[in-house]
Structures are given as C-alpha cells and as structure tokens.
Design a protein around this ligand. Structure first.
Ligand SMILES: [Ca+2]
Ligand SMILES: [Ca+2]
Length: 129
C-alpha cells in the first residue's frame, strides 16, 4: 500500500548475474596487454596530463600519460585474448579521451575492434574529438 492507499503488486523477476571473464583496473602489473603501431606512446602508469586521474585507483593505460600523442600516430592497445562462452557477450569499459578536432570535424579518431581470429576485425565503436 502506498500513501494514497493504492495497492501495488509487482511481479518477481529472477536476474542472473554472471561473473566477468576479464576484469582489469590497471592497478597492478598488467598481463597480456600489448601496444604496437606508428609512434606508439601507449603506456601503463599514473596520468599526469589529460584526465589527470583514473576511474579506479590511480593507474591507467594511456597514450602518453604525461602529454599529448604525436601527430600521425596510428597505435593500438590490445587486450589479452579471452575465451567466451556460447551466447551473448558484453564489453564494458570506462575511458577518457581528447582527440584533435577542428570547427567542422575531427582530425583524429579512436576505434574499438574485436576479432575471433586476430586477422578480421569488426568495429564496435568509433570516437572523435
Ligand atoms: Ca585504475
Ligand atoms: Ca592529430
């Protein structure tokens, strides 16, 4: 009953909470994360530029945690390969970014790709300035 003396009946739902297959807060030495590409400045550590803080703890993986990335950079940060069970999967992450842009568009882009064979990659998301 609520204050208006209306009876509220709601159904019961059962929610299954699945454990994360890969969870990373970058606070301790990372395993399996690799960077590559042109002018690769991906680095693990405490950011002193950009966001100047982490979403969790104090460490992050960032493109040059102490300054801007270089012009003509084309760099990749790869997560370790994981085995997914049958069915749907969800990728969830927190990120901070500041990409070079101008009045009518963006010079720089960031993408999130996934692959099942490390040869063919599907774009899940694209971010601009
Ligand atoms: Ca962290
Ligand atoms: Ca640029």
């Amino acid at each position: 009953m609520d204050y208006g003396k209306n009876e509220v009946i709601s159904e019961n739902f059962e929610v299954q909470v699945l454990p994360a297959i890969l969870s990373e807060d970058f606070e301790t030495e990372t395993v399996g994360w690799e960077s590559s590409g042109a002018y690769d400045t991906w680095e693990w550590g405490v950011p002193t530029s950009g966001s100047k803080k982490a979403f969790s703890g104090e460490k992050v993986y960032a493109t040059n945690p102490a300054g801007t990335y270089r012009n003509d950079s084309d760099m990749i940060l790869s997560a370790p390969a994981i085995e997914l069970p049958e069915g749907q999967a969800r990728l969830q992450f927190k990120h901070w970014y500041e990409l070079e842009s101008y009045d009518y568009g963006s010079y720089d882009f960031a993408h999130v790709y996934v692959s099942t064979d490390k040869e063919n990659w599907d774009s899940l998301a694209e971010f601009t300035g």
